[in-house]
Design a protein around this ligand. Structure first.
Ligand code: UD1
Length: 362
């Protein structure tokens, strides 16, 4: 029997939880031959391998091992190394997820060889083209044949960019598939004991260039976190980019309650999020995960490409100014608990829907 040959691409940490349910569902379908390519954009044990182990993602068939570099160097290296793989394997479809450099690099390489691309998490827009991810999103969507969206605002964005309607499918959120299927396992994590946490705490992640690359901006955010840490412990797992910048910038003195640590694995981090009084972040995915968990989220950015987390979820977009951060954080700590709704189709079945559509279309 001729099967449909599909190469899925994962490159950076936020891709791994999106690719996991897709690989699981595809491997259950006899009509499909799935293959996984890791670009190597993220390569540290703690940024990559740990997630493959915890999320039961099959070992990649191939690792392009591109590593870090400037945008052009990284994107170019991925394209150069992915092209011969496509020529050799001749897949019927390439699946890319999210908005990282690996996403656009592999999509572009595939379409130039006449291989159709499916983009999972299509249509999200911050309307801020100074974000590298926004460029990656717009370009990937412009060349993809199948576009799978997580929220209806994404369908509207794609329509207004002239993407034909029949290419766009509102399927829900694969990252939430992963969260729901790992929630019970995460409950068993002993991360609270390991960190000695017995009462309320806040959890922080920061890695956007707009927050961490400028010493003054990063300093203002640290000052705000120091102030919040006077009221409750603030757990701050540090992305390698952020740690590098803090070291370069002659770091501020940290309040005793502001606890910098290494990044956590998926299960420990999920348990920490689920138990937090408050999450402060500039991540895209964490805005969605806190919405599902019902945990208040303050997004330290000027915008979000995930508006449903604000209109229906527990997210507030508050910018990155010191005073604002402290004010909103104290409002959450002192105010009534935030009630959110679960967005439509964030029900753990997005990967099933996507694979159904792919089987039907190809
Ligand atoms: C990338 C994505 C971003 C995503 C983020 C999640 C792009 C343009 N950006 O940003 O959208 O939200 O991943 O983490 O694709 N480094 C390590 N070890 C690693 C990986 C990176 O030490 O395993 C360090 C290197 O110093 C590197 C820096 O982090 O230069 C930045 O890595 P890079 O992949 O360029 O971008 P991220 O900031 O991680």
């Amino acid at each position: 029997m001729n099967t449909i040959r599909i190469i899925s691409v994962a490159g950076a940490r936020p891709n791994f939880m999106k690719i996991a349910p897709l690989m699981r569902v595809m491997r259950e379908r006899p009509s499909l031959t799935p293959m996984l390519v890791h670009t190597g954009q993220h390569y540290d044990e703690i940024m990559s391998k740990l997630f493959f182990d915890e999320l039961d993602i099959p070992t990649p068939d191939l690792n392009l091992e591109v590593g870090s570099g400037s945008h052009a160097a990284q994107t170019g290296a991925i394209m150069e190394r992915f092209e011969p793989v496509l020529i050799r394997e001749r897949p019927n479809l390439v699946i890319v997820v999210g908005d990282v450099n690996s996403t656009i690099a592999c999509a572009l390489t595939a379409v130039k060889l006449g291989i159709p691309v499916a983009h999972v998490e299509a249509g999200l827009r911050s309307f801020d083209r100074s974000m590298p991810e926004e460029i990656n999103r717009v370009l990937t969507d412009a060349i993809a044949e199948l576009l799978f969206t997580t929220e209806l605002s994404a369908n509207d964005n794609l329509m207004s960019e002239g993407i034909p309607k029949e290419r766009v499918h509102f399927v829900g959120n694969v990252m939430i598939d992963t969260l729901l299927s790992h929630r019970e396992r995460a409950e068993c994590s002993d991360i609270h004991q390991r960190l000695g946490l017995t009462g309320p705490y806040a959890l922080v992640t920061l890695h956007r260039p707009s927050n961490v690359d400028c010493t003054e901006t990063l300093g203002g955010i640290i000052d705000a976190l120091n102030e919040i840490a006077e009221r409750l412990p603030v757990i701050f797992p540090c992305h390698p980019r952020t740690r590098n910048r803090m070291e370069q910038g002659g770091s501020r003195t940290l309040a005793p309650g502001l606890r910098l640590c290494e990044p956590f694995g998926y299960l420990d981090f999920l348990k920490l999020m689920a138990g937090a009084k408050l999450v402060l972040t500039d991540s895209g995915g964490i805005q969605e995960e806190t919405t599902i968990l019902g945990i208040p989220c303050l997004t330290l950015r000027a915008n979000t490409e995930r508006p449903v987390t604000v209109t229906e979820g527990t997210n507030q977009v508050i910018g990155n100014e010191r005073q604002g951060i402290v004010k909103y954080a104290f409002d959450v700590l002192d105010g009534p608990s935030i009630q959110g709704r679960i967005p439509e189709r964030w029900d753990g079945k997005a990967a099933e829907r996507i694979v159904d559509i792919i089987e039907h279309t190809l």
